[in-house]
Structure formats: C-alpha cells, structure tokens
Design a protein. Structure first.
Ligand SMILES: Nc1ncnc2c1ncn2[C@@H]1O[C@H](COP(=O)(O)OP(=O)(O)OP(=O)(O)O)[C@@H](O)[C@H]1O
Ligand SMILES: [Mg+2]
Lengths: 339, 262
C-alpha cells in the first residue's frame, strides 16, 4: 500500500509520463546535436531563430497562458534584454555570455514595474497597459541615443567562449539551443511546484487562490518577472545572433507573433509553446519556398509575400481559436494517446 | 465535539452594505474553539456575506472581527489563511483546469517553501518537500474517498464530487477554523451522509472548528453545537439547537416562507 502510493506520487511528479516519451525526448536532443554538423547555414539560421522564439514565447506563456494576464509587452521586454546586454558588454567589456543572464535580471526587474497595474487592471485593460509599455520602450530605443545608439542601433562584437568566437550561425547555435533547452526544463520544473500551481490558481479562480493563502499580487509580480526574464534572455540572444540591434528589430508585430505562437501551440502548455514557436517561425520560410516555386506561373506572388504571411497567420489564429482552443498541444496529446 | 471555553472567533457589530442594500446589520456572535457553529436563515439573509467578511473577501463598513483574540479585520484573505482560516464556497470555486490532486495541493501552498529558483531547479530539498506534501495530500484523498478521480480535471467532475474536492482542498490547509458555505446543497441523500461524516471527522479527529451555512434543518439541528439565525441582515436568534427550534422569532421568520421550517 505504502509503496503503491509512493510509486503513484513519483509518477505524478515526473516530467515524462512514460518511458517512451522519455526515450523520444532523448533521441530528439541527440538529433539536435547533429544539426550544426549537417545543417546548411540557412537551416541553422532558421533553427536559431526558432530557439530564440521558443524562449520568448515560453516567457509570454508563463504570464498569459498560465497566469491569465494578457500582455502585448513581449517585444518590449526582448528589446530591454537585447539593449541592456549589448550596452553592458560594450561599456564594461564583460564577456557577452555573462551579460545575457544579467540582462534577463534587468528585464525581470522592469517587468515587475510593468506588472504593478495588474493589481487593479484585468484582461484588455492590462493588455493596454503593456501596450503602453511597448511604445515607451520603442520611444526610448529611438531617442535615448547615449544608451541605445538611436536609429542606427548598437553593433556587438561576437562573444568568445574560451577563445572560441561565436561568430557564425553554426557557433551561435551552441549558445542558443542549450539555453532554450535549459529554459524549457526550468519552466517545466516550475510547474511541478507550488509556484506554478499558484499561477494557474490565480488564472482559474483568483478569489479562491487568495483564500488558499496565495498572495495574489505577489505571484502576479513573480509571473511578470519570470516572464520578462525569459523575454529578456531571448532578446539578448537575438542581439548575439544578429550582432546589430536597432529599434526596428522589436516592432509590436514581434509581440503579436509570440502571442500567436502560444495560442496556436497551446496556452498553458510548455510543449505547445515549442510547437507554436517552431510552426510559426518555419511557416514564413515555407511560404517563401512555396512562392518561389510558384513564381514561374504567378510572378506577382513574390511581391505579396509579406502580406501573405500576415494573412496566413491571422487565419491560423482564428481557426485554432474556433476549432482547437488548446492548440497543437491538444492534437499532440491525442496522437500520443493513440500509441 | 469536546467544547472548550475559549472563544476562537468573535464577530462584533458587523455592518456591511452594498450601495443601498444592507447585507449585514450589526451582527455579533462568538464561536468557541472546537465547536460546530451553524448559520441559518432565508435566502438573501446575509449568510454568505458573513462568511465573506470572516475570510476577508468583503470588508465590513463597521464592526470588529477577532480570531484567537487578535483582530483580523484589516488583513487580506491570504493572511487570514495563514492564521488558520480555510473555507469552501457556495458556488464551487475550484481551479477548473487543475487535476483533483493539484487542486488539493494548492491547500499545501502555505506549508510548502519552494520559490522560483529552487522550484525551477527542482533538485534536492525542493523535490523532497514536494514529495512529502504530496504524501500528505494522498492521505486526505484516501480519507475522503477520492482515489478513483485523483487525476481527473475537476471541471469535468459531477457536482457532488466537486463539493467533496473543495472540502479536501480546504482540509489540506490543516486549518483551525473551517468555513463551509452550503456544503451539502444539491447533493443526493447518500452524498449528504458522506459529507456529514467528513465534517464530523474533521471536527472530532482533526479538532477543527466549523462554521457552516446549511439549509437542511434536520442535519443542522443534529450536528451543531450552536445555531445563529439571520434574517434581512439581522441576527434574530442565537443558541443551542433546542433553543432555536422553540424560538418564536425563528418560527415566525420561517413560517413567513412558503417552504415552512421543519
Ligand atoms: N457582491 C455583492 N454586491 C451587491 N450585493 C450583494 C453582494 N453580495 C451580497 N449582496 C446582497 O446582500 C444580501 C445578502 O446576500 P447573501 O449572499 O449574503 O445571502 P445568503 O444568506 O447567503 O443567501 P442564499 O441563501 O441565497 O445564499 C443580498 O441582498 C444580496 O443581494
Ligand atoms: Mg449564500
């Protein structure tokens, strides 16, 4: 009896629900190790961008999917991370690698400030407050020239690790992908503990959460901090990848992309976030390939690529909201159960 | 129901209004350590409002609420929970997307210690701590007979089951005072009997003081030590079940209703 309960508890606490899913995850990680060996520079660029998108969307999902606080500030938080890491590295000469977590912490602190209105504001009103934060950051990125370099932006020299320069898509991969994996693991762990349960409790039934002893405002701020930490790290990695950052790197559409990723992937699902990020980062690439292939017969398509992307994104979000509100993660769950 | 003579909760001259509506009008009573205290009254009498004042969801405009002799009047709900006050709701207020276990685990929030970093690393003590509290919750699940639905999302469960999970969640807090808002409403006879058993067990074995709102008069008179009757926000009677049954005010208030009293 005792042993049976102990076994059940172990199973409830585990990250993997079966040996099979553990094996699948391990083989996936092994495959990831071979991407830089066989992948072209183009493939690596896409995969790196996916890695960054995973971290950014994971941050947003903590806040919006798990805690129920709608935010349009993700691009702003990414910008704060990118600028603070770059500025730190340039001013202090500290290795860029170490500037990344510091940038995350700076972004977390500012994220908490943005989260203060969540004490009173809910739903769309809170979304408006985060939107305001976005435009303030955008304004500062253009006008606070001494720090941000204004419209021209900042140029970062490529970071080195043990004399090894991270100056190509292939080498940056070794920074971005492990960070993404660790972020996924960290966030999955959070949702095995009381902190993650408190987030979901606040989202599902705020009054009940307070009565259970959860300090609702404190946990909303923690959620903002955690969320912006990951967005900040994603931004810093983006700076590392592109090596030049300007205000144009962080338009509001980046925030909306993150939102689309978690809606399509699955609100409140870590694995869904990964699916969403992969799907929506790969989709424009796929559209590009498709339009180039069709260019012979429909030459006018090429010029419409950008609007085509927006159209497909919008359509997908609407279709998912109507037919599969739990996103790709629900489809994944059903497929898994069939085996 | 070993009654001690210590007052655990005292509400004095509570007045609560919503715009023009007076929900509570100078209500006072004391709840002894270890007793089962029932609040009854017709619909809209202010019973739920009274519980909300005790658990901190409503702030009365006037009056004093003391728990263990200390005022809790100005504390937010989560700090009252820390002092040892737990509750269930009239309209079930579970965390719909969480499983039965996870719902009950939120009751352990205050006893657990994991923070963001220790939780994110989930290593060493944070893992042991989680394991330990899950074992405590398993005991509660077993004593309330919820084993067969441990992993179900609560939103999908039948009403009677959800009520039971809500009780389990409150018990997981190991409270000293348990506030129950119509714990048996909408249940069938068998479910009611089970619920009465769980409440009595919490009261006798776990020594939890119970303040309960209930419409089932037979049950109230059976298990309560003290009954408080509210009508239009006023306390119209307070005493032992026998006293209440013979109280002319109570009989009048209830005879005014269509469905009678006993
Ligand atoms: N949040 C609120 N806002 C406005 N009025 C309220 C609120 N809560 C309660 N009231 C009013 O206060 C009065 C008492 O309501 P309460 O819910 O406490 O009654 P009750 O005794 O629990 O009734 P029932 O048996 O129907 O549950 C009612 O007139 C109700 O309309
Ligand atoms: Mg009520």
């Amino acid at each position: 009896m005792r042993e049976r309960i102990a076994l059940m508890i172990k199973a409830d606490m585990g990250l993997f629900h079966s040996k099979k899913s553990l094996a699948a995850t391990v083989s996936f990680l092994v495959c990831l190790m071979f991407v830089p060996v066989y992948g072209s520079s183009y493939v690596l660029d896409v995969v790196n961008r996916i890695g960054i998108a995973v971290i950014a969307a994971l941050g947003l999902n903590i806040l919006t999917g798990f805690t129920g606080l709608i935010s349009l500030g993700n691009a702003a938080f990414m910008a704060i991370g990118a600028y603070s890491a770059s500025w730190l590295a340039m001013r202090t000469g500290i290795n860029f690698i170490f500037c990344i977590p510091v940038a995350g912490i700076i972004t977390a602190a500012l994220g908490m400030v943005v989260g203060i209105p969540s004490l009173r504001l809910r739903g769309l009103y809170l979304a408006m407050a985060t939107l305001a934060a976005h435009f303030i950051v955008e304004f500062l990125a253009v006008h606070w020239e001494s720090v941000t370099g204004g419209v021209a932006g900042l140029t970062i020299s490529s970071p080195t690790v043990a004399g090894f320069a991270l100056d190509s898509d292939r080498t940056v991969y070794y920074l971005i992908i492990p960070t993404a994996i660790l972020s996924v693991l960290f966030v999955s762990n959070i949702f095995r503990t009381r902190v993650g349960r408190a987030f979901i409790a606040i989202r599902d039934q705020e009054m009940s959460a307070a009565v259970m002893g959860i300090d609702v405002f404190k946990y909303k701020l923690i959620s903002f901090a955690l969320s912006s930490f990951f967005a900040g790290v994603a931004g810093a990695l983006m700076a590392c990848q592109t090596r030049i950052i300007t205000p144009e790197n962080f338009p509001i559409s980046i925030a909306i992309d993150s939102l689309a990723m978690i809606i399509i992937g699955g609100l409140c699902s870590v694995i869904g976030t990964i699916f969403g990020a992969v799907f929506l980062t790969a989709l424009p690439e796929f559209l590009r390939l498709a339009t180039t292939a069709l260019a012979g017969s429909f030459p006018e398509l090429i010029g419409k690529l950008a609007s085509l992307k927006e159209l497909v994104f919008g359509l997908l979000v609407i279709l998912f909201l109507i037919f599969e509100p739990h996103g790709i993660s629900a489809i994944w769950q059903r497929t898994k159960n069939r085996f | 129901m070993a009654l001690s003579l210590n007052t655990q909760l005292s509400c004095h001259d509570i007045r609560l209004t919503f715009g023009g509506v007076t929900a509570l009008d100078g209500v006072s009573f004391e709840v002894m350590d270890g007793e089962i205290f029932a609040i009854i009254g017709p619909n809209g009498a202010g019973k739920s409002s009274m519980l909300n004042c005790i658990s901190g969801l409503y702030r009365p405009q006037q009056g004093e609420i003391k728990f263990d002799g200390l005022t809790i009047r100005d504390l937010p709900p989560h700090q009252r929970a820390k002092r040892g006050i737990a509750r269930s709701f009239q309209n079930i207020a579970l965390f719909r997307e969480l499983s039965v276990i996870d719902n009950i685990m939120t009751g352990r929030h205050l006893s657990q210690r994991a923070g963001v970093i220790s939780g994110g690393l989930f290593w060493g003590w944070a893992k042991c701590d989680e394991e330990h509290h899950r074992a405590v919750v398993e005991e509660i699940i077993e004593s309330l007979g919820l084993q067969d639905i441990r992993r179900c999302a609560v939103g999908s469960l039948p009403y009677g089951r959800q009520k039971r999970v809500e009780l389990a969640r409150a018990l997981a807090m190991e409270p000293r005072l348990l506030l129950l808002d119509e714990p048996m409403a909408g249940m069938n006879a068998a479910e009611r009997d089970d619920m009465v058993g769980f409440i009595l067990e919490a009261n006798c074995r776990r020594k939890i003081t119970v303040v309960m709102i209930e419409h089932d008069m037979g049950m109230v008179m059976d298990i309560s030590d003290t009954v408080c009757v509210l009508d239009f926000g006023k306390r119209i009677a307070l005493g032992s079940p026998e006293q209440i049954m013979n109280d002319p005010h109570v009989i009048k208030a209830y005879l005014g209703e269509d469905d009678g009293f006993f």
